[in-house]
Design a protein around this ligand. Structure first.
Ligand code: TXA
Ligand code: MG
Length: 341
C-alpha cells in the first residue's frame, strides 16, 4: 500500500485532504491525523474490521484498548451510559483538550476490539483544529491510538508517522507539529476516587481544582495488574538503552568521562544548560525549567537517538511536579527503570 501525506495547512490541498480522509474512514480504512498531544491513527469506532487494521499497522497487542475521539458531546450518548457528574464537570472544564475519561461503555455499541473486552471506554474530544474539523465532518466516533509502531515514541510530526507506518496505512493528514507532545492524561472516573491512569498535560493539580481529590495509580508497579492496560508494555524506547541520571552537571560530566573511557558513544538529552558538555550527540529539551518545551521536544529527541551510532542515552531527571510528572512517567518507561551509576 502506498502511504500518501496530504497537508491541510496548505490552502491548495486543504479541502482535498479532509475529503480524502473522511472518504477513507467511511469505507473502513485507517487515517493518521494530528491532535494537540500526538498524531493518532484513526478508524471508525463501530467498524470492527477497520479497527483491526489499526492493531495490524501498529503491531499493537490486542488486549490494549483504544481511546475514542469525538467532535461533539452528543456523540457520547450512543456508546456510553451512566456518566458520573464528576465526568461531566471534567468535560465542562477540559474539553476539547488533552484529557481522556474512562466511562462506562454501553454494551454492543462499539466494535469489540476498541475496548478489548472491558466494560469501560476511554473518550476524549481533542483540541486540535484539524482533528476537530475531521471529526465534525465525519460525525462518527473515531478510535485512535498514537500513530507509532507499538513500543516506539509517539509521533509529534507527520514525518514520524511516515517513518513508522509507511506502506501500512493509506493516508497521513499533515497539520504540522503537535503542541503538547505527550499523550493525554487518562482519568478513570468509574472508581470511587477518580484515578489518573496515565499522567499528561492536564495535571493532578488542575483536576483537583475542579473535582476535588484525585488519586494517581502506581503505574510502574509491575506486580499489580495495570489498570490502563497499555502501561504494562515497554514504551517510548530508542534502540540504544536509556539511563536516567541525577540533574547535576557535575554528575553528568563524570558519567560522560566514564562512558568515553570505555570507548563508548553517548547521546545526552537535556535542557540547554547541559549543551556545553562534550558528548557525541546532544538533543535539546529547551530552556532550563521550561517543562512545556521539554514535553514538546522529548519524543523527537528520543526518536533522533536511532539516527546516531550511540551506545547509550543519558537523560537528567525532572522534578515530578506539574507536567514534570508526565515527562518522568515516559522517561522511566523509556529507561525501563535504569539509572546510570
Ligand atoms: O493523547 C492521546 O491520548 C493520543 C491521541 C492520539 O489522542 N492517544 C493515545 O492512545 O495515546 P494510546 O492508545 O497510545 O493510549 C491509550 C491509553 C493506553 O494506555 C490504554 O491502555 C488506556 O489509554 N486505555 C484506553 N481505554 C481504556 C480503558 N477502558 N480502561 C483503562 N485504560 C484504557
Ligand atoms: Mg501509544
Amino acid at each position: 500500500m502506498k502511504t500518501q501525506i496530504v497537508s491541510v495547512d496548505n490552502l491548495s490541498t486543504k479541502e482535498q485532504g479532509y475529503t480524502q480522509a473522511v472518504d477513507l474512514l467511511i469505507v473502513g480504512e485507517t487515517v493518521a491525523f494530528p491532535t494537540e498531544t500526538v498524531y493518532g491513527l484513526g478508524a471508525v469506532a463501530t467498524n470492527e474490521r477497520a479497527v483491526s487494521k489499526i492493531f495490524e499497522a501498529k503491531g499493537r497487542p490486542q488486549d490494549n484498548p483504544l481511546i475514542v475521539h469525538i467532535g461533539e458531546l452528543e456523540e457520547l450518548e450512543s456508546f456510553t451510559k451512566n456518566i458520573p457528574q464528576i465526568a461531566k464537570d471534567c468535560m465542562d472544564a477540559f474539553w476539547p483538550g488533552p484529557l481522556t475519561l474512562i466511562l462506562p461503555l454501553k454494551p454492543n455499541s462499539l466494535a469489540q476490539n476498541v475496548s478489548a473486552g472491558l466494560d469501560t471506554v476511554g473518550v476524549r474530544m481533542p483540541e486540535h483544529p484539524v482533528a476537530l474539523e475531521l471529526l465534525r465532518r465525519l460525525k462518527q466516533p473515531v478510535a485512535a491510538p498514537s500513530a507509532n509502531r507499538s513500543g516506539k515514541p509517539s509521533p509529534t510530526k507527520a514525518t514520524h508517522v511516515f517513518h513508522d507506518l509507511n506502506g501500512k496505512i493509506p493516508l497521513i493528514v499533515d497539520g504540522g507539529a503537535t503542541g503538547i507532545g505527550l499523550e493525554s492524561t487518562v482519568l478513570d472516573v468509574t472508581s470511587k476516587v477518580p484515578t489518573i491512569l496515565r499522567p499528561g498535560g492536564i495535571t493532578k493539580e488542575m483536576l483537583e481544582k475542579v473535582i476535588g481529590q484525585v488519586n494517581e495509580s502506581k503505574l510502574t508497579d509491575h506486580a499489580e495488574a495495570p489498570r490502563a492496560p497499555g502501561m504494562k508494555y515497554a514504551h517510548y524506547a530508542p534502540n540504544a538503552p536509556v539511563y536516567l541520571i541525577e540533574n547535576s552537571k557535575l554528575t553528568v560530566r563524570n558519567a560522560v568521562e566514564k562512558i568515553h573511557s570505555n570507548s563508548q558513544k553517548v547521546v545526552l538529552i537535556a535542557s540547554e544548560q547541559y549543551a556545553d558538555i562534550e558528548v557525541d550527540h546532544f538533543f535539546s529539551l529547551g530552556k532550563e525549567n521550561q517543562l512545556q518545551d521539554a514535553a514538546h521536544l522529548l519524543y523527537e529527541a528520543l526518536r533522533s537517538c536511532d539516527e546516531t551510532d550511540a551506545d547509550l542515552v543519558l537523560v537528567p531527571v525532572f522534578l515530578k511536579e506539574g507536567v514534570g510528572t508526565a515527562i518522568m512517567n515516559r522517561l522511566e518507561k523509556a529507561a525501563n527503570g535504569n539509572w546510570f551509576v
